[in-house]
Design a protein around this ligand. Structure first.
Ligand SMILES: Cc1ncc(COP(=O)(O)O)c(C=O)c1O
Length: 379
């Protein structure tokens, strides 16, 4: 099946008990067992729930994996994946990962005896040099957050595998419509489903998708043991949203491309970070490994212009954290999404205080450009 068909018919979509086309919300914590110790398919919702299973199977289908696992947030999915590691293990991690991911590794995993090295994973020499005998995981985001840096996923996976590590890709920014890391050699794909998958800024969720039976068994065990599973209600909401994922992301891609070109030619904008603009190594790799360039970009205004005045004066672009919803959002990473990263590390990674991140929604592009024009002209 093609992607547009898989979001609607992939996985287990029809209810086996009633034939209902829309997956019912099985709002139950437990299930009546017919025999003592009989090991029925459904015993307890932390382990098994039909609504969650339906969502997990469509996620496996659209990421070209064998198994998907749904969690209560993106961070819960990342934590479950990191729980594959044990004391003494080492992670090579992209140096501009989501701030919450950095915090989890830097503040929680290090206390458990897991070490890490943060590098520019787009630089394959630096990535190779960061590998140690104890490296068990190479963890990256592409495009990255907030600088939209693109890593050659096939190359990073090859470097990981050559040293006996697994390659994990947080595919939140691209969405499965634009990129499928498992096809490029990654072992684990992660999503904050709170973003494009949910798509309407109304539900938190997270996903882990794998293509290997042993990894699937380990993640399933971790999911059930730690217990941060997605609820039946939220599973229903995300599955409903995924049915329109292809349509939504097509529009996100188109709007972002048009907005990036507009901003790139605007005299008050010093720099646009968007993988769809030709002339950068990011563009060349993105063209090879992505089907579309996504809806995320960051910009720097010309020196001296007031970022606070700019973001507060827009009407259509709402000042808010998060991304991937139908509505366009704007934020300042240094003060909002990336405030948990120490300033010296953030600056060393190129995330300046004045950087502005934009999640381009699916509104009419004329209204988006008019709002930006108004905001920039006022500066
Ligand atoms: C790339 C990326 N990964 C993971 C997360 C964490 O997801 P959640 O907020 O659903 O826990 C975020 C949140 O912004 C993100 O941007």
């Amino acid at each position: 099946m093609k992607f547009e068909t898989k979001v609607i018919h992939g996985g287990t979509q029809e209810d086996p008990y009633t034939g209902a086309i829309t997956t019912p919300i099985y709002q139950t914590s437990t299930y009546h067992q017919q025999t003592l110790g009989g090991h029925a398919k459904y015993e307890y919702t932390r382990g098994e729930n039909p609504t969650r299973f339906a969502l997990e199977s469509v996620m496996a289908a659209i990421e070209n994996g064998t198994d998907g696992f749904a969690f209560s947030s993106g961070m819960a999915a990342i934590h479950a994946t990191m729980s594959l590691l044990k004391a003494g293990d080492h992670i090579v991690m992209a140096n501009d990962v989501y701030g919450g991911t950095f915090r989890l590794v830097n503040r929680i995993l290090t206390d458990l005896g897991i070490t890490f090295t943060a590098v520019d994973t787009a630089d394959s020499v630096a990535l190779q040099e960061a590998i140690k005998p104890t490296t068990k995981m190479v963890y990256l985001e592409s495009p990255s957050n907030p600088l939209m840096h693109v890593t050659d996923i096939a190359e990073a996976a090859r470097i990981a595998h050559d040293s006996g590590a697994i390659a994990v890709v947080d595919n939140t920014f691209a969405s499965p419509y634009n990129q499928n890391p498992l096809d490029l050699g990654a072992d684990v794909v992660i999503h904050s489903g709170t973003k494009y998958l949910g798509g309407h800024a109304d539900v938190l969720s997270g996903f882990v998708i794998v293509k290997d039976a042993e990894l699937a068994e380990r993640i399933k065990f971790i999911q059930m043991s730690i217990g941060a599973v997605l609820s039946p209600q939220d599973s229903y909401l995300v599955q409903r949203s995924i049915k329109t994922l292809a349509l939504r992301v097509q529009r996100h891609n188109e709007n972002a491309m048009a907005l990036a070109e507009f901003l790139n030619n605007h005299p008050k904008v010093a720099k646009v970070y968007f993988p769809g603009l030709p002339g950068t190594p990011d563009y060349e790799i993105a063209r090879r490994q992505m089907r579309g360039f996504g809806g995320m970009m960051s910009i720097e205004l010309q020196p001296g212009l007031d970022v606070k005045q700019f973001v507060e004066n827009l009407d259509v672009f709402l000042l808010a954290e998060s991304l991937g919803g139908v509505e366009s959002l704007i934020e300042v990473p240094a003060i909002m999404t990336h405030a948990s990263i120490p300033r010296d590390i953030r600056l060393a990674n190129g995330i300046k205080d004045e950087l502005v991140r934009i999640s381009v929604g699916i509104e009419d592009i004329d209204d988006l450009i008019a709002d930006m024009t108004k905001g920039l002209d006022a500066l």
